[in-house]
Design a protein around this ligand. Structure first.
Ligand code: CAA
Length: 379
């Protein structure tokens, strides 16, 4: 990658090192256990990865969105679950960066940057997935405090996280100022974890329902200090976070291609390695080309977001759409190259395909990415 800066390369190489030494050897264990990999989290904190996207004045490394994507790509190349276990902290903390008060930034960001506090993002609900504005969890004013009641669905990092960015209805009658975000701490009375999902992939990171029953929060926990800005904060967050999911897809696709190359060189059929057959070569060439195109989109969109260039949100949606579709295709094609062995758990490749599927669904389904892209084109 000729245009990467020295700093970009530093993050990429450091992440690759941790991915190879710590993540890859443990990926299978935590996939089987379906448990949060605290030992991996500690290694990521030790390497300073939780501070990459946080400005220096709040205790972070002051890295760019591209730096974050490079770390996610390398971690996901070794384990898609670890990729999201890490990057969901960026998703959870972007609302603070996008809309938090100075006091909220100073209070929380240094602890997130050091890895002392994990954070989750609570937007989706049972009846509010793609239609994020239709959420129902309510926050009623009660004197100088707010009372939260309702449930959230698909809270990634739920249970493990110490802090939750929670989107709630504060003005049901309003159309554009209906929603506000609150910062809720683990252990707040009335705040509990409900159903823990049993998942196809990304099994090392918990995805749960979160339940809020008369959870009282102080006015200082209202994000930005002013109600009604929640949907804007959510949309601004998703714009920033989309290249990260795209980078997760990119890493998964790259990791799958590398396994397929090794297998295709070793596997003998008809008296020759299967990589000598043109159909295998075509498959590898298609995978490599799509991965390279995805990489360019991920890197370019994260740089466009960083520089706040016009059309950056559209590019982020394009990157998420293309890189995660590439992840699904490349991991499926890699399983095909492994043949019957690829379908079995003895080999690592089937996990890539399982981990890839969710990247087409979360942080805005790929259909929603097309809505975002088309609206931007037609505006
Ligand atoms: N930035 C800032 N504000 C924005 C914005 C953006 N990118 N996009 C829209 N807005 C604003 C609009 O300007 C508008 O404001 P006004 O009312 O003041 O004019 C307001 O938000 C409403 O905009 P729309 O009418 O366009 O909203 P919509 O209801 O049509 O929805 C949508 C648009 C793009 C479909 C949106 O609902 C969406 O992104 N849906 C997908 C939600 C999603 O990604 N969920 C995943 C959650 S995270 C996750 O997956 C979990 C995990 O843990 C990994």
């Amino acid at each position: 990658m000729p245009f990467l800066t020295d700093n970009n390369r530093m993050w990429r190489d450091k992440a690759r090192d941790v991915a190879e030494k710590v993540v890859r050897p443990l990926a299978r264990k935590y996939d089987e256990l379906q448990e949060y990999p605290w030992e991996i989290k500690d290694a990521l904190a030790e390497a300073g990865f939780f501070g990459v996207w946080i400005p220096k004045e709040y205790g972070g490394a002051g890295g760019t969105v591209l730096d974050l994507c490079l770390v996610i790509e390398q971690l996901s190349r070794a384990c898609g679950g670890v990729g999201v276990m890490y990057c969901v902290n960026a998703l959870g903390s972007f609302p603070i960066l996008v809309g938090g008060t100075e006091e909220q930034k100073k209070k929380w960001l240094p602890k997130i940057a050091s890895g002392e506090k994990l954070i989750a993002f609570c937007l989706s609900e049972k009846y509010a997935g793609s239609d994020a504005q239709s959420l129902r969890l309510e926050a009623r004013p009660d004197g100088k405090t707010w009372l939260l009641n309702g449930e959230k669905k698909w809270t990634t990092n739920g249970g493990a996280a110490d802090l939750y960015s929670v989107f709630a209805v504060t003005d049901p009658a309003s159309k554009s100022r209906r929603i506000s975000a609150f910062l809720v701490e683990k252990g707040a009375p009335g705040f509990t974890v409900g159903k823990v999902e049993d998942k196809m992939g990304i099994r090392c990171v918990p995805v749960v329902e979160t339940v809020f029953k008369d959870v009282r929060v102080d006015a200082s926990q209202l994000l930005g200090g002013e109600p009604g800005m929640g949907f804007h904060h959510a949309m601004g967050t998703l714009d920033l976070a989309r290249p990260g999911v795209a980078a997760q897809g990119l890493g998964l696709a790259q990791g799958a291609l590398e396994f397929a190359m090794v297998y295709a060189a070793r596997r003998q059929q008809f008296g020759a390695p299967i990589n000598s057959f043109q159909m295998t070569q075509q498959s590898l060439a298609d995978m490599a080309t799509q991965i390279e195109a995805a990489r360019q989109l991920v890197y370019a969109s994260s740089t466009a977001l960083e520089k706040k260039l016009p059309g950056a949100g559209k590019m982020a949606a394009m990157a998420k759409l293309f890189a995660t579709d590439t992840a699904m295709k490349a991991t499926t094609d890699a399983v095909q190259i492994f043949g019957g062995y690829g379908y079995m758990k003895d080999y690592p490749i089937e996990k890539y395909m399982r981990d890839a599927k969710i990247t087409q669904i979360y942080e805005g389904t790929n259909q929603i990415q097309k809505v975002v892209i088309a609206r931007s084109l037609l505006r």
